[in-house]
Every structure is written in C-alpha cells, then in structure tokens.
Write a protein that binds this ligand. Structure first.
Ligand code: NAP
Length: 266
C-alpha cells in the first residue's frame, strides 16, 4: 500500500547525508525506503531516527533495503523489493557515493580507484535511475488521480566543478552526475518527471571525518561565505522542498547547498 504523502527511495541512507535526507522527509510525514550497502546497524539507527522524527499519528513507514548500487543484480532486487513493499515510488534520491580510499595526486592515482569511484558514484546511479524511470514510464497511466508526478534528485558535489588534484576520479564522477541530471531532465520531461541536482559543499559526515582538520583550517579562513560545516539536515531540507513539489516549473536545476562556496571571489 502507498503510505504517507510521498514514498522516497534514498540510496545510501544508512549514514551521513542520506540519513539526513531520510530524517527530514520523515519529519514532514513521508515514507522512506532506506537503502544501504553493508552497514545494517546504521540503517537500523536511521529507521529509528525516522520513526522518532515522524509526526504523531503519521501513517508513513520506514523500511530497510540492502543493495550495492554498483551491482546490476542488486539494483534490480532493490527496485523489485521497494515496489513490492510500497507499490509506488514518488521520489528517487541518488545519494550513495564514496570518496577515494586514499587521496593521491592524479599523476600517480590508480585505475582501481578510478574504476571503483566511477562504478559506485556514476554507473550505479545512472542505471538505477534508468530502471526506476522505466518503471515509472510503464506505470504512470495507473498513477492515482491527484498524486504528483515522480521526481529525481541527484546528489553531486561542489567537486563537480571545483578542482581537487588529489582525487581527480571523485571530481570526474561528480561532474558526470551533473550531465546525468541534464540528460534525465531532458529525456523525462515529456512524462512530467522533474530532475534536480543538489550540490552539497563541505558536510560533516564519515566521508569528511578523515580530512576534518584540513577543512577546519579552511573554514577558519572563511573559504565559504557562510562559514560553518554543512549538516546532513541542510541537504535534507532542500530535498524535502523538492518532495513537496515546490519547483514544478524547474527541471535540470542545480541547487547549491554549500554555504555559498560557489560564489567565488577575486
Ligand atoms: P558517508 O557518510 O560515507 O555515507 C555513505 C553512504 O553511502 C552510506 O549510507 C553507505 O552505506 C552508502 N553507500 C556507499 N557505497 C554504496 C553502494 N555501493 N551501494 C549502496 N550504498 C552505498 O558519505 P556522505 O558524506 O553522506 O556522502 C553521501 C553523498 O554525498 C555521496 O554521494 C557524496 O559524494 C556526496 N557528498 C558528500 C559531501 C560531504 O562533504 N560529506 C559533499 C558533497 C557531496 P553503508 O552505511 O552500508 O556503508
């Protein structure tokens, strides 16, 4: 049964930004399919937080789905399981992603790291989005009257345009996600399916924990106009606005959630 105003499938929702998005959607009454790769414990914590955040009396539900988005068979299993449980998906949030295991100058970085980053950060979201889009295109005629058209969010990064020569593979995977947003936005517009890219700046999560001191020092120099760490909740609130259909005449749009990092200065 469809439960809650919106059913959102969020990849990599067990921790960090994905968890922040799940909790913010739960807070406004939406149902969430919480995908994770290996940290079942973290996914369960996310579900507990969603249950606590949900408004009292909410009919929303929060379910956990394991699946490595870089693997074709896992993507198919994930989509089938979410559709079986919720019958419909209103919002796909492509959030799961990884940083290089070690930051290495691009003149010596390995092909293994390149392949890992491209497979998880780009190929996974691209083909998951293709599969979900095909599900929607086949089933849109059965969409109950009054229900908003589905939407897609792609979590890229300021690294889509900002150069980090010690993680070129990461930057390229994120730059490609920007084009993926534009491509799906164009292709799916005829079905009324809007696509949005959210570009977070520096957000306090496990991903950035290893480079915390570096970013602390940069923040002390006020390298972002809003001089603080971003939080998963900051990103979650932007996704909640999309979930509520606040941008119906916009697609392929970039929403910067970066403390103003993109403004640059001379
Ligand atoms: P994180 O704290 O390391 O969390 C990563 C999440 O992705 C976890 O839930 C993890 O699941 C999941 N995941 C990793 N590989 C997966 C796979 N193959 N299949 C399914 N799920 C997978 O990272 P984060 O900082 O929240 O980053 C989330 C997204 O935001 C990434 O795309 C990242 O590039 C982007 N981003 C982050 C920042 C930042 O400053 N943190 C800035 C800009 C953009 P498990 O718990 O099971 O491992």
């Amino acid at each position: 049964m469809v439960s809650g105003p919106v059913v959102a499938l969020i990849t990599g929702a067990s921790r960090g930004i994905g968890r922040g998005i799940a909790v913010e959607l739960a807070r406004v009454g939406h149902s969430v399919a919480i995908n994770y790769a290996s940290r079942r414990d973290a996914a369960e914590e996310c579900r507990n937080l969603c249950q606590q955040a949900a408004p009292s009396g909410s009919k929303a539900s929060f379910e956990i789905f394991q699946g490595d988005i870089s693997r074709a068979e896992d993507r198919s299993r994930l989509l089938a399981a979410v559709c079986e449980r919720f019958e419909w998906i209103d919002l796909l949030v492509n959030n799961a992603g990884v940083a290089p295991t070690v930051r290495v100058d691009m003149l010596s970085a390995s092909e293994e790291s390149f392949d890992r980053l491209m497979t998880i950060n780009l190929k996974g979201p691209y083909f998951l989005t293709q599969a979900v889009a095909n599900f929607w295109v086949s089933n849109l005629p059965k969409l109950p009257a009054g229900r908003s058209k589905p939407k897609i969010v792609i979590i890229s990064s300021v690294s889509a345009y900002a150069v980090s020569v010690n993680r070129g593979d990461y930057c390229m995977s994120k730059a490609a996600l920007s084009m993926m947003t534009r491509l799906f936005a164009f292709r799916l517009a005829e079905y009324g399916i809007n696509v949005y890219e959210i570009r977070p700046g520096i957000v306090a999560t496990d991903m950035t924990a290893k480079v915390k001191e570096y970013y602390e020092a940069r923040l002390a120099e006020r390298f972002t106009p809003i001089s603080r760490w971003g939080t998963p909740e900051d990103v979650g609130r932007a996704v909640a606005a999309i979930a509520e259909d606040r941008f119906p005449f916009s697609t392929g749009e970039v929403i910067n959630v970066d403390g103003g990092f993109h403004l640059q200065r001379l």
